[in-house]
Every structure is written in structure tokens, then in C-alpha cells.
Design a protein around this ligand. Structure first.
Ligand code: SF4
Length: 237
């Protein structure tokens, strides 16, 4: 695995330029006013990019990482590296062991039935997350271009699930813009990204995608009922 060093100095010029160019600055300013400081970090390059900006403007930001106990080793390695760099700003959310033990017998069924798969997502991700996000405004790295099935078109929305405001500052960015910026500021990301894993979830449920596929096409790819099948339930489509 190749880790690029995280360089936290000499980036101010790029920072100011990128903020002007993409109007991210105004969104981040709004985030301060509404006390939005949590980022749900999936270890995608989108989330890593937002983290980098947050670290420049907000002293109180926190990044949450859900450890479903099914993550790729590369993702865990990167998360540990980030823990070293960002310390207490990186929090891991773990599902309760008793929930996981109950689930393990039916684990293999995630490939057979959408409902069973949703039970797994619910248990490993959503229940633990609810406490963290309820009534607390949050950032996401959502982009419209990630999937043709996501009908998300607003940068700032009221999220009825968690009773909070959801900010998606890079909603209209394309993948090349993100890659260019990440390379310029030399933020470390995991090797999977280089071999086609453009949306990274749990290892059993994520495959690499071809260049002509959308980023989300590699998530739960075996499900035939695609319109419902490409989400875990965190974001409403
Ligand atoms: S993505 Fe797969 S392994 Fe992860 S919680 Fe959902 S069904 Fe379970």
C-alpha cells in the first residue's frame, strides 16, 4: 500500500484559490453560523477533501467513521493514519457486539435478499449513527454525479431522518476536480481508489467500477432491484 504524506503547510495559496473557485467558502461560512461541525467520513476522496478544508477553517470539526467490522484493511489502515494526524477529531462509531452476534448467522444472506441486506446495514451502520447525528447538523461528501439514481440536488437540506441540516458542499463537483485537488494538496488516500473503488463501503458489498460506470455502481452490485438497492438507508434518494 502506498501512502502519500499529509502536508499541512504551504497549502494556503491553494486553499484560498479553491475556495474562491468553487464557492465552497460561503458554504463553510454558513456551516459556522449553523454550528455544523460533524462529517461522516466514509474514507472516500470526497470526504477526505472536505476534512482537509474543515481543518483549515473550523477548530471544532469532528469526523465520524463507522467501523462496521466489515471494512477493507486498506480503509482501516488509512483511518489509523488519520487518527495519528487528526487525533481526537477522528471518532470511530462501533455497533454493539450483541447486535453483531445476533446478525452473524444471517450474514451470508446479504447476497440473497434486499431486505436481509438492509437489516445488516441497519444493524452495522444506521442504529449506531442515529445517536450521533440526531439534532446535530452535518456534512456529507455527496455529489450528484456519483449516481444517476440519486436525486439529490440541494447543497443544504433539512434531513427529516435525523432532524438536522445536511450540508453537501461539493454536490456539483465532478470526480476529476476532486482528484486534481486531492493531488495538489497531497492528502493521503487509500490505494483502492487507484484501482477503481470510487465509492468505498464494506468489503463484501463493494467492487471496483469501470471508468464508464458511475461511482455507486460498485455498491451492492448483485441486487437486481437497483433503484432501491444502491443505498444503505443513510441518504434518502
Ligand atoms: S454494506 Fe454490506 S456488510 Fe456493510 S453493513 Fe451493509 S450489508 Fe452489511
Amino acid at each position: 500500500m502506498i501512502f502519500k504524506p499529509i502536508i499541512k503547510t504551504d497549502c494556503n495559496k491553494f486553499f484560498r484559490k479553491s475556495l474562491r473557485k468553487i464557492n465552497l467558502y460561503s458554504i463553510l461560512k454558513i456551516s459556522k453560523i449553523i454550528s455544523c461541525k460533524s462529517l461522516l467520513n466514509s474514507s472516500s476522496i470526497e470526504d477526505l477533501f472536505i476534512c482537509w478544508h474543515l481543518d483549515k477553517i473550523n477548530n471544532n470539526w469532528i469526523s465520524f467513521k463507522i467501523n462496521t467490522n466489515k471494512l477493507f484493511c486498506e480503509v482501516l489502515d488509512l483511518s489509523n493514519k488519520r487518527l495519528e494526524v487528526y487525533g481526537q477529531r477522528t471518532k470511530f462509531i462501533l455497533p454493539k457486539w450483541s447486535w453483531l452476534l445476533r446478525l452473524s448467522l444471517s450474514d451470508s444472506n446479504i447476497y440473497m435478499c434486499v431486505n436481509t441486506r438492509h437489516i445488516c446495514c441497519n444493524t452495522r451502520k444506521l442504529i449506531s449513527l442515529e445517536k450521533k447525528l440526531l439534532n446535530k447538523n452535518w456534512f456529507t461528501g455527496l455529489r450528484v454525479a456519483q449516481s444517476e439514481l440519486r436525486r439529490i440536488n440541494k447543497t443544504i437540506i433539512w434531513d427529516t431522518t435525523y432532524n438536522n441540516i445536511k450540508l453537501s458542499p461539493i454536490l456539483l463537483w465532478n470526480i476529476n476536480q476532486i482528484i486534481n485537488c486531492i493531488s495538489s494538496i497531497q492528502v493521503s488516500y487509500n490505494f483502492l481508489q487507484n484501482i477503481g473503488f470510487r465509492s468505498i463501503g464494506c468489503a463484501p458489498c463493494t467492487r471496483a467500477v469501470d471508468p464508464n460506470e458511475s461511482s455507486r455502481a460498485g455498491r451492492w452490485w448483485w441486487e437486481s432491484f437497483r433503484k432501491l438497492g444502491l443505498e444503505c438507508g443513510l441518504h434518502k434518494i
